[in-house]
Design a protein around this ligand. Structure first.
Ligand SMILES: NC(=O)c1ccc[n+]([C@@H]2O[C@H](COP(=O)([O-])OP(=O)(O)OC[C@H]3O[C@@H](n4cnc5c(N)ncnc54)[C@H](OP(=O)(O)O)[C@@H]3O)[C@@H](O)[C@H]2O)c1
Length: 259
């Protein structure tokens, strides 16, 4: 069954750059009304102006108490939610910094859960909707320095799996997106947060595993049109991550060798 997106509305968090901004463009191109959100007003304003009347923006921090409710109140009855805001962190467990890890979970996990729960309640009333979480290929396995990041994305994936079963009878689809390395501000932001010049994410990701944010955005639109459980833009990485899950000792040996 193909869902017509013309005139339907979507709320996208983390839309001031990267995957979120590219997805807003792709959704508007598909005829959707788009509400975009993030903390940087100048970036949001430029994008919204560029996308025209189908796009409006709301500035704020999704980790701030009450902001997610405000977002949904302002966005109105949205058909879809793309919970995409997130950041990375390079941190070996021997250097564990509780404040940084807490903030990572506040953003990547707790704010996404809260927003999804609020949106699901709203969608259940009209028996229609689609919630998409941006996780990562690293929700399936991890690499050195990225245990906390992977944990936040694995936990988000688990929440999505549970939510999917809970809201099936309410006409709400739930999907997870699993990007591989994507050319966005993610790597610089992770380096900055980790007090480094170059993020370990960047050094550990081979160039053949890098993609454009548009590739993810187009895959999200295809998922909105034809809902699926998991969205992958790399079949190779999907197969590798499945093999890593089945053979953890081999996975650790291979990952240690390349990272
Ligand atoms: N790039 C990759 O290789 C990759 C791979 C797998 C998964 N992902 C996931 O993809 C998602 C998008 O990342 P990206 O690659 O597009 O990186 P990005 O360009 O750095 O985008 C991150 C977005 O999150 C927003 N954000 C950060 N903190 C926020 C907060 N407290 N409140 C509201 N918005 C906040 C940022 O906007 P402001 O700074 O303006 O708030 C920005 O719009 C993330 O969940 C990331 O984990 C990325």
């Amino acid at each position: 069954m193909k869902v017509s997106l013309e005139g339907k509305s979507i709320l996208i968090t983390g839309a001031s750059s990267g995957i979120g901004a590219a997805t807003a463009r792709a959704c508007v191109n598909a005829g959707m009304k788009c509400t975009i959100s993030a903390r940087r007003e100048d970036q949001l304003k430029t994008l919204a102006t560029d996308l025209g009347e189908l796009c409006t923006y709301i500035v704020g921090d999704v980790t701030e108490q009450g902001f997610n409710q405000h977002l949904l109140d302002e966005a109105g009855d949205v058909y879809a939610l793309f919970a995409n805001a997130g950041h990375g962190l390079d941190q070996k467990m021997l250097d564990y910094n509780p404040n940084q890890v807490k903030h990572l979970f506040e953003l990547n996990l707790f704010s996404a859960i809260e927003l999804a729960s609020l949106a699901a309640n709203q969608m259940a009333k009209i028996k229609s909707g689609h919630i998409i979480f941006c996780t990562s290929c690293l929700s399936k396995f991890t690499t050195p320095s990225h245990g906390a990041y992977s944990a936040s994305k694995s936990a988000l994936e688990a929440i999505a799996k549970s939510l999917r079963m809970e809201v099936k009878g309410d006409g709400i689809y739930v999907s997870t997106v699993h990007p591989i390395g994507t050319k966005t501000e993610f790597f610089d932001e992770s380096a900055k947060r980790s007090g480094k010049k170059t993020s370990d994410f960047a050094t550990q990701t081979p160039s053949w595993l890098m993609q454009s944010p548009d590739k993810v955005a187009n895959a999200v639109v295809r998922c909105l049109q034809k809902p699926k459980t998991e969205v992958w833009t790399s079949i190779t990485m999907r197969l590798i991550s499945t093999a890593f899950g089945a053979f953890p000792r081999i996975a650790a040996a291979v990952i240690s060798r390349v990272s």
